[in-house]
Ligand binder design. Structure first.
Ligand SMILES: Cc1cc2nc3c(=O)[nH]c(=O)nc-3n(C[C@H](O)[C@H](O)[C@H](O)COP(=O)(O)OP(=O)(O)OC[C@H]3O[C@@H](n4cnc5c(N)ncnc54)[C@H](O)[C@@H]3O)c2cc1C
Length: 466
């Protein structure tokens, strides 16, 4: 078969690129090695993790806050089997939805491992070994990523696990040790801590979610401590051993002393690595850099003229919405349009409770760049809406240019900030000043008033409710 566009990988980058290609009139094919579409995000990432986070948040509230709300419950317990089954159902609805979208947009789905034969030809090999060849004028590599590990850790998928196994546990751990204080570890650690597991986090850096504004990491640590987390920050893991039903993590603290933590499960969540195995990229002349990423230019073009790469397999934040924007960008370029992505305004979210959400520059980055800035903060403790829902942990922090008042960064930790950050993205895309937001009416009572108040605080220190 001959196509205008072949997309390899059906994650958020790949399937969105395919849909946009079809919308623009390209005869499009998508190649996916797994039987279900949707990639990491829909099958073992964003969607299942959020399903479990929602279920366990309900349980946690039922166990801890319902009584104060005046709701008495008897015999409350977790039915983990049902929780996992509901999560599987949510995943199924989503992956079936992608199948439907492929059909609707007349995109041919080729199930099997895609590998380059040459710069226009892809061989698709099915599980039974049978293969076919398809050709494409343009090809997009959207093969995503896989969990990474450390050379001395053997992931046995039983006691020493990655996020993939943590999404389908058949018991609630008594003590889960999470290696890595990043987003995935904090989200999945929260899932099990809410159901009663003790969670210990061993992190090499001096704060949680280290790539975000330092204030966020500190606040998140306070909230997770209340949930029963314990932290070993500035600890370098040196060994992980599975001793049957017990697992031991050995780490070196900042004084160089060995510290041992024992638990029944270890979740290794130290990041993800780009995935190009089996792709045979060399056959087309596509360069892979020494970090394992497909090398691309600012147009996401690889070292070969008609081959592009997007999402987790290239440089930049490993986020579903970043992959989607890149998919759209590549295809619109091919159609002769002039799209643009402002990478500085790709929001980042952590779906713990409180949620953490951010866009733009952190305070540390502003200092490093020598940009003069003003800070406005507003704590959720002072929000009427947050008091009503008993979600008073956290704050909104707005960083604005000291002379122009343009908003340069927004960092939020609190209830529903994952949704609230969209307002900051719009504001910053339109290069709003803190005062612009401060003068706009925000419905009362809503959590969004905290953003307005933080903008008021950044403008001339004139927050009204604190
Ligand atoms: C637990 C967890 C939670 C996450 N939560 C979030 C979140 O809340 N928000 C967020 O933005 N991001 C989240 N992420 C990250 C997000 O999943 C990724 O950034 C996103 O999936 C990247 O999309 P992609 O299209 O680049 O690749 P992927 O989604 O990884 O898809 C790549 C696809 O390519 C296929 N493939 C690979 N090689 C071949 C080949 N040779 N032939 C055929 N098919 C191939 C793979 O099977 C896969 O289906 C999470 C990740 C994890 C693990």
């Amino acid at each position: 078969m001959k196509y205008d566009l072949i997309v390899i990988g059906s994650g958020p980058g790949g399937y969105v690129a395919a849909i946009r290609g079809a919308q623009l009139g390209m005869k499009t094919a998508i190649v996916e090695k797994y039987p279900t579409l949707g990639g990491t995000c829909l099958n073992v990432g964003c969607i299942p993790s959020k399903a479990l986070l929602d279920s366990t948040e309900h349980y946690h509230n039922a166990a801890h806050t319902f009584k104060t709300h005046g709701i008495d419950l008897k015999d409350l317990k977790v039915n983990l089997k049902q929780m996992i089954a509901r999560k599987d159902d949510v995943v199924k609805q989503n992956v079936d939805g992608i199948q439907y979208l492929m059909k609707k947009n007349k995109i041919d789905v080729h199930q099997g491992l895609g590998s380059f034969v040459d710069k226009n030809t892809i061989k698709v090999t099915k599980d039974d070994g049978k293969s076919e060849e398809i050709t494409g004028k343009n090809i997009i590599i959207a093969t995503g990523s896989k969990p990474s590990s450390l050379p001395f850790i053997e992931i046995d998928k039983k006691r020493i696990i990655t996020s993939t196994e943590a999404l389908k546990m058949n018991e609630v751990p008594k003590h889960m040790i999470v290696i890595g204080g990043g987003v995935i570890g904090m989200e999945l650690g929260s899932v099990y801590a809410r159901m009663g597991a003790k969670v210990s986090v061993v992190e090499f850096m001096d704060s949680l979610i280290p790539s975000m504004d330092k204030t966020m990491g500190k606040e998140l640590q306070k909230s997770l401590k209340k949930l029963g987390f314990e932290f070993y920050l500035k600890h370098k893991v040196t060994a992980v051993k599975n001793r049957g039903k017990e697992v031991t993590v050995t780490a070196e603290n900042s004084k160089g002393e060995a510290v041992e933590v024992k638990g029944d499960y270890v979740l290794v969540s130290i990041g993800r690595r780009p995935y190009t195995e089996g792709l045979n990229a060399e056959a087309a002349g596509v360069k892979i850099n020494d970090r394992g990423q497909v090398e691309v230019d600012e147009h996401l073009k690889t070292s070969v003229d008609n081959i592009y790469a997007i999402g987790d397999v290239v440089k930049g934040a490993m986020l579903a919405h970043k992959a989607e924007e890149e998919g759209v960008l590549v295809v619109e370029q091919l159609a002769g349009q002039k799209p643009h992505i402002n990478y500085n305004l790709i929001p980042g979210v952590v779906y713990t409770w409180p949620e953490v959400a951010a866009v733009g520059l952190t305070e540390e980055q502003l200092k490093e760049k020598g940009i003069k800035y003003k800070t406005g903060k507003f704590p959720f403790m002072a929000s009427g809406r947050a008091r009503a829902s008993m979600d008073t942990d956290g704050l909104v922090k707005v960083l604005a240019d000291a002379s122009t008042d343009e908003i340069l960064g927004v960092h939020m930790i609190g209830p529903r900030t994952a949704d609230m950050i969209a307002e900051a993205v719009v504001a910053m895309e339109y290069r709003a000043s803190a005062e612009d937001i401060a003068r706009m009416s925000h419905a009362h009572p809503t959590y969004t008033e905290a953003f307005k108040e933080a903008c008021l605080a950044a403008t001339e220190n004139r927050a009204l409710h604190i």
